[in-house]
Design a protein around this ligand. Structure first.
Ligand code: SAH
Ligand code: SF4
Ligand code: F3S
Length: 442
C-alpha cells in the first residue's frame, strides 16, 4: 500500500511556521509523505491564525476548498490546528461539520494519537499541555532553524487575541535548548531564530533555577558552528541592558532588533496596556544605539486603535521619523473576539484609518530608504538562500541586519559569502559577490 499523504497550509507568524515544521516532522515519523497539492492528500491540515479579521477570512476560503475535496473523497481527513482553532474550540465542529480533528497550539502532539486510534468521531484537543518544540521537525531549509524557547504570553495588550490562544508563558530549560541547538548545528544548521511571544521575558518562570534571556544568548553563542542567532519578538518593557550588551559583545547575535512600537502616543499605549510610554520606548532605542550604533531596528505599528485622534497619530509619525526604522509592519486595528479593545467605542471612520495608514507607510518607507543607504559601498556577509525571486541568474540572501540582498555571484544556499552592496531601496539591497574574497570563505 502506498504511504498516506498529507498537505499543510500555514497562516500567521513564525511560531506557526515552526509549529507546521513540527507537524510535518511528526506526520513523517508516522509514515506519511508530503503531497504537493491538497487534492492529492489523504490528510488536509490547516495551521491557522486569528490575529486580525483578514487572517480568519483567508483561512475560511481555504477550508471551503477542502470541503469540496472531501465531498469527492469522503475518506479524506481534514484537520484544523493553531490559534483560530483554539479561539473557537469545539465550535469548529458545529460551524464546519466536515472537520475531523481540531487542536490548539498546546496539543499538536494529540494529532498523532488521533491518527493512530480507531476513533471515527471528530475530536478536539485544546489543553495547554506541551511544547511543539519537543516534536520531530521537517525543516524548510537545511541551514536555518526555528527554536521555540517559550510559549504563551503573560501580557494583556488590550487588542491582542494571543494570550487566549497560546496560554500562559512557559519557558523551556536552557540546558535543553543548548542541547537542541548543538544537535541542529551537527545537522548543518548555521542560523537559528529563537521564538516566543515575548522572548526577552524568557526564563523568569523556570524553577528551581530561573534563567534570563541574555544568559541563554551567551550560552548559545558558545556553540561552535552556530554563526547566526536571531530572535523574535522582544517586548520593549523587557528590553534590558543585559540583552543589548549581548548584541554588542557576541558576534553570533545579529545586529537586528524587532522592537514593536504599536503607537507613539503614550495615551494610546496606555489604552493598549503596553506598559511603556513614548519616552520609555525612545530611551530603549537610545540605549540600543549607544551599544550597537549600526543596529537595524524594525517594528510593528497599529493604526486606528479605538479613540486614536489625529494628534495621537501625529505622535506615531514623529516616533517613526525620529527612530528611522529599517522596516515596519503596519496594521489597521482589527477588533478581536474576547479582547478588551473590541469593546471600546471606536469613532474613527474606516476611511480615515486607511488614509492614516497610507501616510504612515510613506514615512516608514522614506526613512527605511534613507537608512538603507548606509550599507552602500560596504562589503557584508550574506547567508545565501537561493536564486533571486525576480532574476533566476542572480542570488538572494540576507545580511546580518536581516536585509534581503539580490546579488550576482556563484554560491550555494547555506554558504555565507561577502557581498559588496551597490544599491539600496527601502526593502532590498543589491550587490556583487566579491569572488576573490569568496574563495577564502566557507
Ligand atoms: N508577540 C508579538 C507578536 C504579536 S502579533 C509581539 O508582541 O510583538 C504581531 C503584531 O500584530 C503585533 O505586534 C501587532 O502590531 C499586530 N496586532 C495584534 N493584534 C492586532 C489587532 N487586533 N489589530 C491589528 N493589529 C494587531
Ligand atoms: Fe499580544 Fe501583547 Fe502578548 Fe504580543 S505581548 S502576544 S501583542 S499580548
Ligand atoms: Fe496568529 Fe497565533 Fe501567531 S494568532 S500571529 S498564529 S501567535
Amino acid at each position: 500500500m502506498a504511504a498516506k499523504r498529507y498537505h499543510v497550509t500555514t497562516f500567521g507568524c513564525q511560531m506557526n511556521e515552526h509549529d507546521s515544521e513540527r507537524m510535518k516532522g511528526m506526520l513523517e515519523s508516522l509514515g506519511y509523505a508530503e503531497a504537493g497539492d491538497p487534492a492529492d492528500a489523504d490528510l488536509i491540515l490547516f495551521n491557522t491564525c486569528s490575529i486580525r479579521e483578514k487572517a480568519d477570512e483567508r483561512f475560511i476560503a481555504h477550508l471551503n476548498q477542502a470541503k469540496a475535496l472531501k465531498a469527492k473523497d469522503p475518506e479524506r481527513l481534514i484537520g484544523v490546528g493553531g490559534c483560530w482553532a483554539q479561539s473557537v474550540k469545539e465550535e469548529v465542529f458545529r460551524q464546519f461539520p466536515f472537520v475531523d480533528v481540531a487542536f490548539g497550539p498546546g496539543q499538536v502532539h494529540k494529532l498523532a494519537e488521533f491518527l493512530t486510534s480507531d476513533s471515527l468521531t471528530a475530536q478536539g484537543y485544546f489543553e495547554f499541555e506541551g511544547f511543539t518544540g519537543h516534536l520531530p521537525a521537517r525543516r524548510e531549509r537545511r541551514y536555518q532553524a526555528w527554536m521555540q524557547i517559550s510559549v504563551g504570553c503573560n501580557c494583556r495588550c488590550s487588542y491582542c487575541i494571543v494570550p487566549s490562544t497560546r496560554g500562559r508563558e512557559v519557558s523551556r530549560p536552557p540546558a535543553e535548548l543548548v542541547e537542541e541547538a548543538r544537535g541542529l548545528v551537527a545537522d548543518g544548521v548555521r542560523e537559528v531564530t529563537l521564538l516566543g511571544q515575548n522572548v526577552n521575558a524568557y526564563g523568569r518562570d523556570l524553577r528551581p533555577e530561573r534563567a534570563s534571556f541574555s544568559q541563554l544568548l551567551y550560552a548559545l553563542a558558545e556553540i561552535d558552528g552556530l554563526d547566526r542567532i536571531r530572535y523574535t519578538s522582544p517586548h520593549p518593557k523587557d528590553m534590558r541592558e543585559d540583552v543589548i550588551r549581548a548584541h554588542a559583545e557576541l558576534d553570533a547575535v545579529m545586529p537586528h532588533i524587532h522592537l514593536p512600537l504599536q503607537s507613539g502616543s503614550t495615551r494610546i499605549l496606555k489604552a493598549m496596556r503596553r506598559t511603556y510610554s513614548r519616552e520609555r520606548y525612545m530611551d530603549r532605542v537610545a540605549l540600543i544605539r549607544e551599544h550597537v550604533p549600526d543596529v537595524a531596528l524594525t517594528t510593528d505599528i497599529i493604526v486606528g486603535f479605538p479613540g486614536e485622534t489625529e494628534a495621537d497619530f501625529q505622535e506615531t509619525l514623529e516616533v517613526v521619523e525620529e527612530v528611522g526604522y529599517d522596516g515596519a509592519f503596519t496594521f489597521i486595528f482589527s477588533p478581536r473576539r474576547g479582547t478588551e479593545a473590541a469593546e471600546l467605542p471606536d469613532d474613527v471612520p474606516h476611511e480615515e484609518k486607511v488614509e492614516r495608514m497610507q501616510r504612515l507607510v510613506e514615512v516608514v518607507q522614506r526613512r527605511a530608504h534613507e537608512r538603507a543607504q548606509r550599507f552602500v559601498g560596504r562589503t557584508m556577509d550574506v547567508l545565501v538562500e537561493g536564486p533571486s525571486r525576480n532574476d533566476p541568474d542572480r542570488l538572494r540572501g540576507r545580511t546580518g541586519h536581516n536585509k534581503v540582498v539580490n546579488f550576482s555571484g556563484l554560491a550555494q544556499p547555506g554558504q555565507i559569502v561577502p557581498v559588496e552592496i551597490t544599491g539600496a531601496t527601502s526593502q532590498t539591497l543589491t550587490g556583487e559577490m566579491s569572488l576573490l574574497s569568496a574563495l577564502a570563505t566557507s
